[in-house]
Design a protein around this ligand. Structure first.
Ligand code: ZN
Length: 221
């Protein structure tokens, strides 16, 4: 593991040289434009790097990350990133990706105070409180995993309810929103089978996704 900043520069030079050897002209081709098909909305957690998990190269995925992969209706940072991705880059897929073992989700579940971020994590608590009855039926040691999935569903809902998506779908643009989770323990992505390609579709897939989470985690009781 690198232990100094100079190591990072050395690793960077080595990566750039290796990439150029493997694919001459790679970087000069990136200068011209970026044409990613995918936008990733994930957690800032260092164990959940979008490109490495998906095997995507520079130029192939547009990324927004924050603590606990939350999309707030009035968050200009997230909304601007989504708008840029949809309106200018014309991405075809937006995936909201939560991860099991998320410290932000756990803090929200248990009401653990961590400082200023409590105000951000409050959004996780809103999800927890909205699904309180479901979570109460889940064994205690599985509740954080269930809340991780519920949070993805709710953040997919927030993306779908944004003016950016409503306008894009209104003009017939082909862009889908997906809900996924990632297992830090096994390195695998899990599709929550929540794929939305229109405002109408959202209203049918949302309750189905919640019911799948209820069946999955309460059966284990
Ligand atoms: Zn996290």
């Amino acid at each position: 593991m690198p232990d100094s900043l100079s190591d990072l520069f050395a690793l960077n030079r080595s990566w750039a040289a290796q990439t150029e050897r493997d694919r001459p002209g790679f970087f000069t081709s990136l200068v011209a434009q970026q044409t990613p098909k995918y936008m990733w909305i994930g957690c800032s957690d260092s164990r959940v790097p979008a490109n490495q998990i998906t095997g995507l190269e520079p130029g192939e995925v547009f990324v927004h990350r924050n603590v606990a992969n939350i999309v707030v209706h009035s968050d200009l940072n997230a909304l601007s990133t989504i708008q840029f991705a949809v309106d200018l880059l014309k991405v075809e897929h937006i995936m909201v990706v939560g991860h099991y073992g998320c410290a932000g989700v756990k803090a929200g579940l248990d009401g653990i105070r961590v400082g200023l971020a409590d105000n951000w994590i409050r959004h996780i608590q809103d999800v927890r409180d909205r699904h309180r009855a479901l979570l109460d039926a889940v064994p205690t040691d599985k509740r954080a995993d269930a809340l991780c999935e519920l949070n993805v569903v709710e953040q997919v809902a927030n993306v779908c309810g944004s003016t950016v998506m409503l306008d894009a779908w209104g003009r017939g643009q082909n862009v889908r929103v997906h809900g996924w989770t990632f297992g830090v323990h096994d390195g695998l992505l899990n599709d929550l089978k929540l794929t939305v390609n229109s405002s109408e579709k959202f209203h049918t897939v949302y309750p189905e996704a919640i019911e799948r989470i209820r069946a999955k985690w309460t059966q284990a009781a």
